[in-house]
Ligand binder design. Structure first.
Ligand SMILES: [Fe+2]
Length: 71
């Protein structure tokens, strides 16, 4: 264990982006076959994208000068 807070945030960001990719893949797989399920997954995808955005801006929130937003 160990690593800095920014390292931890970076790892969480990777996990959020994997979630975004997974939900996007499900939506592509569903296509137009099941609009109700698709709407549900799209809502979840939006939340995961917000999580990724929040995390990518988090280091800047703590210390704008030393920690630019993660890429
Ligand atoms: Fe998330």
């Amino acid at each position: 264990m160990g690593g800095s807070l920014v390292d931890m945030i970076r790892e969480d960001l990777v996990a959020e982006r994997i979630a975004v990719e997974s939900y996007s893949e499900i939506i592509r797989w569903l296509g137009d076959d099941d609009q109700t399920t698709r709407n549900l997954i799209e809502d979840i995808l939006k939340k995961e994208e917000e999580h990724a955005d929040d995390l990518s801006n988090m280091p800047e929130t703590f210390d704008p000068e030393k920690a630019p937003a993660l890429k």
